[in-house]
Design a protein around this ligand. Sequence first.
Ligand code: URA
Length: 435
Amino acid sequence: MYAVDIIGQKRDGGELSPAAFAAFIDGAVSGRWTPAQVAALLMAIRLRGMSAGETTDLTGAMLASGVRVDLAALPGPKVGKHSTGGVGDKVSLVLAPLVAACGVTVPKMSGRGLGHTGGTLDKLESIPGFQTALSLDAFRMALAEHGCAIISQTSRIAPADRVLYALRDETGTIDSVPLITASILSKKLAEGSQALVLDVKCGRGAFMKTPAQARVLARSLVDVGCAHGVETEAVITRMDDPLGRAVGNALEVREALDLLRGEGPASLRLLTVTLAARMLVAARVVPDEAAGIEHADRALRSGAALERFRRLVAGQGGRLGLDDDASTLPVAEVETAVCAPRSGVVAGIDAEQIGRAALLLGAGRLARGAALDPAAGVVLGVERGDRVVPGQTLAVLYHAAAMPSADAERLVHAAVELGDTAPSVEPWIMERITR
Ligand code: URA
């Protein structure tokens, strides 16, 4: 099959065959297709769209470009989790050990921060010594020993995605539901889970801004995951305001530790426990979500989840302080308070602007591959619905002495919307999408 014929077929609105996708992915990975040809097909897909069947076939071809982790030798259920990315989303840090403490193996390959959103790997690497670049054998051993492991994607997992993603980034073809679906699932299906629970973020801090957009992506992910034989469901969750109060790598690890000790913000606890419950239902450990919430709650309250987190960290070379008091985590040189200019009620906190403020302070990367400051970020002092008086601390910025904070301060002022009446209460969990 010639590249130009396949490109022409999709350009003219045709439906591609499994063989065409196999030729495309083989050509992209081997270099037999030129970058111009790969990019041309990506743009044709972006403009013409794809059927669920085509998306399933593209996902299969991308998955087959690498290895699929075989966890059959491990006893018990295995369930994976993925979030489409948000601001302050440290759920995975707690969820993986929590669900493992409930008897379910959680194999997790995570990503780094992207734009204004944070990445689980960057958060974990703020713990001194923590290694995320494990071999697949070491990954399997960690899972057997601790029931959970969180690693970076090795070059053996869906190598086609790396080729395609880099070209999508350069050609304005990121925002395509079929391409996002194939990209996410080609990596998640390789992890070796029998079921997947996906947290599809929706709102101004997420890539999907509206419920309609989030629903389309969630439906696509669920249908394609299930078509590949992995029981997949999605929970659409609100990402208008940051999740929890801390945004920034070590700051978020501290907040995750608070949650593991039974403290921490209620929103973060609600979301984590609900996702844990969905994973326990998918693993058939509990009959329904209510029983799952009870089970997960118990594992948090008893300290079992904290104990798993301790094992996860130590197993991957990380060093926390005595009693996991977070004393080994890096601390920023400077703290700058951002104060309320007037009295009012917090009507909302724009998650994207807070994410950008943290990015400017050094918590993320302004250029691909750049170094970040693990101690940098923002900790909010207020949440939606709080009454504030003039001069009250809205947020504290954490940064290096050499890092200017004026732009981040401006962003935080713009993000924290002060009104005169209490805002409506919006649910954190918006919708569940199942097979
Ligand atoms: N995350 C991915 O892994 N792939 C995409 O295309 C978008 C988000």
